[in-house]
Write a protein that binds this ligand. Structure first.
Ligand SMILES: Nc1nc2c(ncn2[C@@H]2O[C@H](COP(=O)(O)O[C@H]3[C@@H](O)[C@H](n4cnc5c(=O)[nH]c(N)nc54)O[C@@H]3COP(=O)(O)O)[C@@H](O)[C@H]2O)c(=O)[nH]1
Length: 888
């Protein structure tokens, strides 16, 4: 019979004795094959499956050896290759099986031979090692073919039991591993030494864990072994995850690098078994170094595999314990490092546990110190400050209801009486056995005290005046609207106060003095009011008092009198005395208005009336003031429209050289003409335009128009005609004034020397630093400056020295009384002499008759302006006047 090629006979052709079946029966846990002359003639169901064949026919007739992979020479190979007849004894080997679909499986093969019809038949029992469960390997032993094997098996079982006990008793791993090594060495033939190497995942190395019988020097050699080929037997074993049996170290390729070391210590062979968990995680290797050239017997292999499983169990358990401890440590460190406080409270109220942040926030030194029943605080408050009774506190509520509480803001008064504000979450912890029963509650909380304090400060800043600490406009409006909506037919009064002459103090003594004074004013006013009244500072020198709970106007009059008296006393700042007055306006709800803004406006109007009536008095809002207020409102609306609709026009009043009687220039004077209405004089709208800030755009319009007309006349008549334009103090506060003037000069082509700006003394009394820069910028352009209405204001000589004034205009009140009034005569002569001494020119205004003109010429005045020569007239009329004057 030839079995070398595909079978010429089928399974049915083979005559087999009845005991084959009983043999197969016996090894039924393993895959079984029957070979004749090395060729498969029969395979059990498991055998077909193991080779991944579809059926028996697919593998019958094939050489069994063609499925085997041998890493080293062994008996099985020798026998199968030689086709030896009856084997001297049963053979068992570890090797790899290559399946039909080319998978490599680690298997343990046991070979039995017996003669059949002149041939040698073999029964092969093959156990797939990877799929063998640990428990099975410990308890289900293959039947021992030999008496020695039976006793070895029995003893091994006993050892396993003891080691499992050590594992269960939580003995140290090193001790367990040492013990396993000891026992294995005793169970093996006493010519071997056992070492257990553990896989260091981090360093990617095998580290010696136990080798109790190993020579000390040898221990040093195997302390750390690299993973990979040529790294002893254990290196490739852990790399491949497969058993490595080296029966002759000196001749093995795996040992080519290190063979001298074991040989030096008398070790000839080495069997390395990877230690794997049930989930195939590689943990290390069990290495048996043997003093003889040999491979392990079946029972030795079983013993090593069983030991490997026990070791895996012990290491796995320790690893699990370690990772559990690590994760517990990690969890504890997270909880301990949370800035959030965490505590667990028992139903009785005692703190079961809490983290350091909870101790810090609640100022408790330890859980024990905190004691029972929330003793770490004395009182508990709601967000609005009302107290919560113990029993209604969040923890008690959660115990009672079983419902979690989230983001609750509460305040706790601690033992040192300080109050901490917390944002709290309370979670019930249910009993493991009774889901409906709360075993404890978990409270987590954030300390919001600082946030609340910051919020409180921001709220304070938003509602208070930074200088005086009084409520500001915003708070005043809120209080007023609250008072009005809760007045229940009661009166509410608004008292508007404006300091008289405060501006002088600020301008002359500086801002620091001004600030000090305002603080003193705030104190004095506060001392005049009741706790139910509110004093607020609106800004600058304006204060408002809201008065509630009064019945008659008498109450308000007395309050106003009290304030006036108090404010009349001199203020002392930096050892200087200041006398201020106060103008007070009063409006009353509901008579004067039904909302806050209206009442404030009414009180403001009344305050203006008080100022007009000589300051330092109080005025109630009246129906006349109401009409006036309505008028002002209408005027503002009309003025704004006038700018847009081009309703303004310029009149010009000639300026005459007193010597030559020729026109040398003109003053531009604004007029307002609404459609079908009479022309409105500037006195009726300029002061109001200044008050509401409209003077800036109006003034710009005047400047541009006047420059345009002046340039026309200069072009037309070819002489040094000079135009004067009135500039109000508000215009001077516009930092863009110099650049605007330059723009106008550039646009119109007017020579800067042909433009003169008329300013009033009032302007010179405001802060000097700012003024100087505007003056300088204007002077740099080449524009001249005239001081209007000279003699009526403070007329301080220091102004004339400090500011670059080119011309003085003697006020018409002096000229009017010339020559009758001697004082006016003397003063006029003095102004003319002084201006000449200071290098300024002089213009007399309001000249109405010949005597005045003659006097002025004789007194040395260069220029005059007045009705005597010409009233202010329209552009056309002035053009005609100019032509006539020049021709004369
Ligand atoms: N900021 C601005 N102020 C302006 C502007 N236009 C005018 N004004 C100021 O309005 C005030 C009144 O001006 P007006 O009604 O035009 O009166 C001027 C003359 O008509 C009047 N005047 C001139 N000569 C005489 C006279 O002989 N007798 C007499 N009774 N009145 C006379 O004087 C006013 C000019 O005064 P002044 O400016 O001081 O030279 C007035 O203060 C204007 O300044 C403007 O565009 N911007």
């Amino acid at each position: 019979m030839n079995y070398t090629s595909k079978p010429s006979h089928s399974f049915n052709e083979v005559i087999y004795p009845a005991n084959w079946l009983s043999l197969l029966e016996q090894y039924a846990q393993d895959a079984s094959y029957v070979l004749i002359d090395g060729v498969i003639v029969y395979a059990s169901k498991l055998g077909i499956e193991l080779l991944r064949a579809k059926n028996l026919n697919e593998i019958t007739g094939m050489r069994w050896a063609s499925f085997l992979q041998f890493s080293h020479p062994n008996q099985l190979k020798t026998h199968l290759q030689a086709g030896a007849s009856v084997l001297p004894q049963a053979i068992a080997e570890f090797c790899q099986l290559k399946t039909r679909d080319s998978h490599l499986l680690d298997v343990e093969v046991r070979l039995h031979s017996f003669p059949v019809q002149r041939n040698t038949a073999y029964v092969l029992r093959v156990r797939h090692l990877q799929t063998q469960p640990i428990a099975k390997s410990l308890h289900v032993r293959a039947p021992r073919e030999f008496a020695t094997a039976n006793s070895l098996s029995h003893e091994a079982l006993h050892h396993e039991k003891e080691i499992l006990e050590m594992i269960a008793l939580d003995n140290p791993l090193t001790q367990i591993l040492q013990d396993v090594c000891d026992r294995m060495e005793r169970l093996l033939d006493n010519a071997s030494v056992c070492a257990i190497m553990l896989y260091d995942d981090e360093r990617q190395k095998l580290k010696l864990a136990a080798a109790p019988s190993m020579e000390a020097e040898f221990l040093n050699e195997i302390d750390q072994i690299e993973i990979g080929l040529n790294q002893w037997s254990c290196g490739p074993a852990i790399q491949s995850g497969k058993i490595k049996i080296v029966d002759n170290i000196s001749k093995s390729d795996l040992w080519s690098k290190h063979k001298h070391t074991p040989v030096r210590y008398g070790y000839q062979s080495c069997w390395s078994v990877p230690i794997k968990t049930a989930f195939n995680t590689l943990l290390g290797t069990v290495d048996i170094y043997h003093r003889a050239l040999r491979v392990p017997s079946v029972d030795e292999q079983t013993l090593i595999m069983d030991a490997m499983h026990v070791i895996a169990l012990a290491i796995d358990k320790k690893n699990m314990e370690h990772s559990l401890a690590t994760s517990e440590d990690r969890y504890r460190s997270v909880v301990n490092n949370l800035t959030e406080g965490i505590m667990v409270i028992a139903p009785g109220g005692q703190i079961l546990t809490c983290n350091p942040s909870a101790q810090r926030i609640l100022k408790i030194s330890s859980v024990e110190a905190a004691g029972r029943r929330h003793r770490y605080f004395s009182r508990i408050f709601r967000e609005d400050g009302s107290e919560i009774k113990i029993g209604d506190d969040p923890a008690s509520v959660v115990f009672r209801t079983g419902e979690a509480i989230s983001n609750l803001s509460i305040g706790l008064q601690l033992h040192d009486q300080s109050v901490v504000w917390l944002l709290v979450n309370v979670q019930p912890i249910h009993s493991q056995h009774h889901q409906n029963k709360n075993e404890a509650v978990l409270i987590s909380f954030t300390d919001t005290t600082e946030i609340r304090e910051t919020e409180r400060q921001l709220q304070y800043i938003a509602t208070h005046d930074a200088l005086t600490g009084l409520p500001n406009r915003h708070q005043l409006q809120q209080r007023l609207s609250y008072a009005l909506s809760h007045s229940y037919n009661q009166k509410v009064a608004v008292i508007f106060l404006d300091l008289d002459r405060f501006k002088n103090v600020n301008d002359t003594a500086g801002h620091a003095a001004g600030d000090g004074l305002l603080c003193d004013v705030a104190k004095r006013l506060s001392s005049c009011i009741r706790a139910t009244d509110m004093l607020a500072r609106l800004g600058g020198d304006e204060f408002v008092i809201v008065v509630e709970e009064f019945t008659t106007a008498q109450h308000l009059k007395e309050l106003a009198e009290r304030i006036l008296t108090k404010m009349r006393e001199p203020f002392v700042i930096d050892e200087n005395q200041y006398h201020l007055g106060t103008s007070i306006g009063i409006s009353v709800f509901p008579h004067d208005g039904e909302d806050g803004p209206t009442l404030l406006r009414c009180a403001d109007s009344a305050m203006y009336l008080a100022k007009e009536l000589g300051r330092n008095n109080y005025q109630f809002f009246t129906s006349e003031l109401m009409i006036r207020a309505q008028h002002r409102y209408a005027l503002e609306r009309n003025l704004r429209r006038a700018l847009v609709e081009d309703e303004f026009l310029l009149y010009y009043q000639a300026k005459i050289n007193l010597e030559t009687q020729k026109i040398v220039g003109a003053e531009a004077l604004i007029r307002w003409q609404m459609e079908d209405m009479a022309i409105v004089a500037p006195n009726e709208f300029i002061p109001f335009a200044e008050e509401i800030g409209l003077i800036v755009p109006i003034g710009r319009w005047v400047l541009a128009q006047a420059a345009r007309h002046a340039q026309q006349w200069r072009n037309e008549y070819g002489f040094d005609f000079k135009i004067s334009v009135n500039i109000s103090p508000k215009q001077f506060q516009d930092p863009n004034l110099p650049s605007f003037i330059k723009e106008v000069l550039d646009d119109t082509g007017l020579d800067a020397q042909a433009l003169q700006l008329e300013i009033t003394e009032g302007l010179l009394m405001v802060e000097a630093d700012h003024l100087s820069s505007v003056f300088n910028a204007i002077k740099d352009l080449g524009v001249s400056i005239s001081l209007d209405d000279f003699g009526t204001g403070f007329s301080s000589l220091s102004y004339l020295q400090r500011f670059p004034i080119d011309n003085l205009k003697i006020d018409r009140s002096f000229i009017r009384e010339i020559p009758e009034n001697q004082d006016s005569v003397v003063l006029t002569k003095a102004i003319i002499a002084m201006s000449s001494a200071l290098g300024m020119t002089v213009t007399a205004e309001g000249v109405e008759n010949l005597e005045q003109m003659d006097f002025l010429r004789d007194a040395g005045c260069q220029e005059m302006q007045g009705f005597y020569f010409s009233k202010p007239i329209s552009v056309e009329a002035f053009s005609a006047l100019l032509q006539k004057n020049l021709q004369a």
